[in-house]
Design a protein around this ligand. Structure first.
Ligand SMILES: Nc1ncnc2c1ncn2[C@@H]1O[C@H](COP(=O)(O)OP(=O)(O)O[C@H]2O[C@H](CO)[C@@H](O)[C@H](O)[C@H]2O)[C@@H](O)[C@H]1O
Length: 481
């Protein structure tokens, strides 16, 4: 089976968050299920620099006003189709933000163009290749199914995956004439959303099936609390909605071979983690003592519950733990953590920015990772934590709920526990969970059992890739029927 995947970021070429990890790892796992994936992504400068010997397999003279080539290239096992459209993608800044941290003003055009190129590639094929299925990710690629639905060419079965429903790609009606869609597409069954244009809404409406990245979150988004305005449409399509939990690339995330660590280890050589803990203490300027070291690797936002953590820091230090934070995001939250670091020198420290190698070392050297998210479609850092013996302390929500087993009396007695989970999600309950983790850390046998049980958990893509392959098959069967 041949699948066209369309995504706005793909690890290892460009990553701002978990979407890139999934878009980069799922194709590799699908290969083992007899599914070959080609991934269409924008030709940002970092991508153009990284690829070698690309071949032009298609071109557009007028892709929503831009000239574009489609370059086929293989990169670290991924089969890529790079949309080389300099007017849209060759510019400083990140995939979505300019150098001042503001959205690129023409994001609506950039990602409509990506989607239009995706739709056309799916429908007409490219360089003699034709996909059986199109799988698109998040709002940036969500217009692919809409472009297919409103064109005269044959429609290809499509799946849209929601990684983060908080970002929906909503624009004013004034962009509609520039999207190259027929007038009737601007309706409730099309791209129209509250009088404007909604990219994610359009994708959810037009796609043959919808998935999100954990079973719990698939249920949560049917409610007003989590659906962010789309719960009505999603409930209407509940029969086509699937929750498939994310896996991780266990070759990239393997403590036995990871080159970002000071010392490699396995579940039977957990003592080697100590060298990584020292490396972290040096990097963060934290005291080198026997106290538990907790960490955070996250965007510093309300979604991730970072304001709750800011309220719990003093109590965490009081309980005897140290805290290392890697992240960036809301200025107010960065300041709150800087202030906490100033109040607690040697006990709390923040590294701002995005640092992939350091994120690996943090999983390998910290005793626990704190993930107090208010909502979490799946979450990947708890999966990395499980694999690295870095015990996850998580809010009971979405995918966190589906992947971490709480160290309750029953969980411990059954030998099933892998972490600490808390809810309802409040600062007070987070404080309690952190204190509970410090106590568990003090019972070294229990703690080691938690670490080992986590490391035994299958967090690979194996099971979930098979579920995606089955879903693709169901869609193909629908096409035939
Ligand atoms: N400062 C930093 N330096 C280095 N690395 C950093 C970093 N901050 C974050 N990261 C990395 O970025 C990724 C973040 O992934 P998450 O799943 O936690 O959330 P995100 O909200 O981006 O993804 C959305 O999509 C994913 C994928 O489906 C869902 O799991 C998730 O719930 C959903 O919100 C992880 O690989 C993490 O290690």
């Amino acid at each position: 089976m041949e699948v066209l995947s369309v995504a706005s970021e793909v690890y290892p070429l460009v990553k701002t968050g978990g979407l890139a990890d999934v878009a980069g790892a799922l194709p590799l796992a699908l290969k083992q299920n007899g599914v070959s994936v080609r991934t269409l992504m924008p030709g940002y400068p970092a991508v153009m620099r990284a690829i070698n010997n690309p071949k032009v397999v298609g071109s557009f003279d007028d892709l929503l006003g831009a000239k574009a080539d489609v370059l086929a290239v293989e990169h670290q096992g991924l089969d890529l189709l790079v949309l080389d459209a300099p007017a849209l993608f060759d510019r400083p800044g990140g995939p979505y933000l300019d150098t001042n941290g503001k959205d690129h003003a023409d994001n609506w055009l950039r990602f409509a163009a990506l989607s239009k190129a995706g739709a056309q590639t799916a429908q007409d094929g490219i360089g003699g290749w034709r996909p059986d299925i199109v799988h698109v990710h998040d709002w940036q690629a969500a217009m692919v199914p809409a472009y297919m639905r409103f064109s005269d060419a044959r429609e290809v079965p499509s799946l849209i995956t929601i990684h983060n429903i908080a970002f929906q790609g909503q624009y004013g009606a004034e962009i509609f004439p520039d999207l190259d869609l027929p007038q009737h597409a601007f309706g409730i069954d099309g791209v129209e959303y509250f009088g404007g244009v909604g990219y994610l809404k359009a994708g959810l409406q037009a796609s043959w099936a919808i998935s999100t990245v954990s079973p719990s979150y698939a249920e949560e988004i049917l409610t007003p609390e989590f659906g962010m305005g789309l719960e009505g449409l999603l409930s209407h399509r509940a029969g086509d909605l699937h929750g498939i939990v994310n896996g991780i690339d266990d070759a990239v995330w393997d403590p036995a071979t990871d080159r970002n660590l000071r010392a490699n280890y396995t579940a039977t050589t957990l003592k080697n983690r100590a060298a990584n803990k020292i490396a972290l203490a040096e990097r963060f300027g934290l005291d080198r003592d026997r106290a538990p070291l907790f960490c955070v690797v996250s965007r510093l936002t309300w979604q991730k519950g970072m304001d709750l953590l800011a309220k719990a820091v003093d109590d965490l230090v009081d309980a005897g733990a140290k805290l290392a934070i890697l992240g960036s995001g809301d200025a107010a939250l960065e300041q709150a953590f800087q202030a906490a670091a100033a109040r607690h020198p040697g006990r709390v420290s923040l590294v701002t920015g995005y640092d992939e190698p350091l994120s690996h070392l943090m999983q390998a050297g910290s005793d626990a990772i704190i993930i107090p998210s208010r909502f979490e479609p799946c979450g990947l850092t708890q999966l990395y934590g499980l694999r690295y013996g870095c015990v996850p302390i998580v809010a009971r929500t979405g995918g966190l709920n589906d992947t971490v087993i709480d160290a309750s009396h029953a969980g411990l007695a059954a030998g099933a526990a892998t972490g600490v989970a808390f809810g309802p999600i409040t600062a007070m309950n987070l404080r309690r969970a952190l204190r509970r983790a410090v106590t568990l850390y003090g019972e070294s046998k229990t703690w080691t059992a938690l670490q080992k049980q986590g490391m035994k958990t299958d967090v690979s893509w194996m099971k979930s890739a098979a579920l995606y392959a089955n879903l693709y098959k169901t869609l193909l069967a629908k096409k035939g029927s």
